[in-house]
Design a protein around this ligand. Structure first.
Ligand SMILES: NC(=O)c1ccc[n+]([C@@H]2O[C@H](COP(=O)([O-])OP(=O)(O)OC[C@H]3O[C@@H](n4cnc5c(N)ncnc54)[C@H](O)[C@@H]3O)[C@@H](O)[C@H]2O)c1
Length: 310
C-alpha cells in the first residue's frame, strides 16, 4: 500500500499530487499545508476525478498522517519572484524546512524524505542536519529537472526521442549547475559521432546556447507565468516511482556528499542509483577538467551558504 505525503499544497505540491494520482504509483496520498482549507479544496477537486484513474485514497491531513508513509515530499515554502534567484530564498525557507522536519520526525523516521523546496540543495542539507536521519534517506529533487531540460533540448535539436538521449546536469540546482557535455550519449553514441553521420542539414549543436537555455529555463517560465510546476511535478513523480517501485534508476538527485567526487559536507546533485532505500550508490562519472572545476566551484558556493545555517 504505497503512501506518499506531500507537504505544501501550492502549485508544485498539487501538480505533483495530480501526476501521482494519474500514474497510480501510490494508493494513499496525503496533502498537508499550513493553510488547511487550501489543502482540503485541492483534495476535494482531485477526488472528483477518482472514477477516471487507478484507485487511490486522497486526503488533506496533519503531521500524524506521516506515520507509515513511504515517501514524504517537501514542497512548502516561498518561491522565486521575477528577478530573484533560488539562493535569495535561503533564510525564509530554511526556517520552514526546520519546522517541518521537527513536525515529521516524531511520527516517522523510516520514510524517504524528498525535498523540492528551493534552494533545494540547501534545504536538503537543512533537512539532513536538522533531522539526524541517514543522508541516503534524505534527498533533494536536485537537477533531475535540469537533466530533463537538457535531454529535451538535445532531442529537439537532433530530432531524436528524448528517451534515447542520455545527458546529465550535476552540481547545484541553480546558477552554478554543470552540464556534462563530455558524457552525452545519443542512442549509445557520442554527440560528435551522432552529428557527424546526420543527414539533416542542421547547424551543429550550439553548446553555449543549450547550456544557457537549460540554466535559464526557470527564469523564463517564471517571467512568463509566475512559477514552474508541470516539469518539476513529472521529475519528482519519477523519483517517487524509483523509490516506491525499487527501480534502481539513475537520477541526478541532490544528496549529502562525503567524499564522492572529492567533495565533502554539502548537498548537491550527482548521478545516483535510487531505490526503496533512497540512494543506494553514487555513480562516479568521468568528468573532464572544466566540468570538475565547475563542480568544485558549485560545491564551494553551497558550502559557504550552509556554514551560516545550522
Ligand atoms: N526543486 C525544483 O526543481 C523546484 C521547481 C519549482 C519550484 N520549486 C520550489 O518549490 C517551492 C514551492 O513552490 P510553489 O510554486 O508550489 O509555491 P506556492 O506558493 O504555490 O506553494 C507553497 C505552499 O507552501 C505552503 N506553506 C508555507 N509554509 C508552510 C509550512 N510551514 N507548512 C506547510 N505548508 C506551508 C503555503 O501555504 C503554500 O500553499 C518553492 O520553494 C519553489 O521555489 C522547486
Amino acid at each position: 500500500m504505497p503512501k506518499v505525503v506531500i507537504i505544501g499544497a501550492g502549485s508544485v505540491g498539487t501538480t505533483l499530487a495530480y501526476t501521482l494520482q494519474i500514474t497510480g504509483v501510490a494508493t494513499e496520498l496525503v496533502l498537508i499545508d499550513s493553510n488547511h482549507e487550501l489543502a482540503e479544496g485541492q483534495v476535494m477537486d482531485m477526488n472528483h476525478g477518482l472514477p477516471f484513474v487507478p484507485p487511490v485514497h486522497i486526503l488533506a491531513g496533519e503531521y500524524p498522517d506521516c506515520k507509515g508513509a513511504d515517501v514524504i515530499v517537501l514542497t512548502a515554502g516561498a518561491r522565486m519572484k521575477p528577478g530573484e534567484t533560488r539562493l535569495d530564498l535561503v533564510d525564509r525557507n530554511a526556517q520552514i524546512a526546520k519546522r517541518i522536519m521537527d513536525s515529521i520526525t516524531p511520527h516517522t523516521r523510516e520514510a524517504l524524505i524528498l525535498v523540492v523546496t528551493n534552494p533545494v540543495d540547501i534545504m536538503t542539507y537543512v533537512a539532513v542536519k536538522h533531522s539526524g536521519l541517514p543522508p541516503r534517506q534524505v534527498i533533494g529533487s536536485g537537477t533531475v529537472l535540469d537533466s530533463a531540460r537538457f535531454r529535451y533540448l538535445l532531442g529537439r535539436h537532433c530530432t531524436i526521442d528524448t528517451h534515447n538521449v542520455h545527458a546529465y546536469v550535476i552540481g547545484e540546482h541553480g546558477d552554478g549547475e554543470v552540464l556534462l557535455w563530455s558524457q552525452v550519449r545519443m542512442a549509445g553514441t557520442s554527440l560528435e559521432l551522432f552529428c557527424k553521420h546526420c543527414t539533416d542539414r542542421c547547424v551543429s549543436v550550439d553548446k553555449t546556447a543549450i547550456t544557457e537555455a537549460v540554466k535559464n529555463s526557470a527564469y523564463h517560465i517564471i517571467e512568463a507565468k509566475g512559477s514552474t510546476n508541470y516539469g518539476v511535478a513529472l521529475a519528482v513523480t519519477k523519483i517517487v516511482e524509483a523509490v516506491i517501485r525499487d527501480e534502481n534508476s539513475v537520477l541526478t538527485v541532490s544528496m549529502m556528499l562525503n567524499g564522492a567526487y572529492g567533495i565533502n559536507g554539502c548537498c548537491l546533485s550527482v548521478p545516483c542509483i535510487v531505490n526503496k532505500k533512497g540512494v543506494s550508490r553514487i555513480v562516479e562519472a568521468e568528468l573532464d577538467h572544466t566540468e570538475r572545476n565547475e563542480l568544485n566551484q558549485s560545491a564551494e558556493v553551497l558550502k559557504n551558504i550552509c556554514r551560516g545555517i545550522i
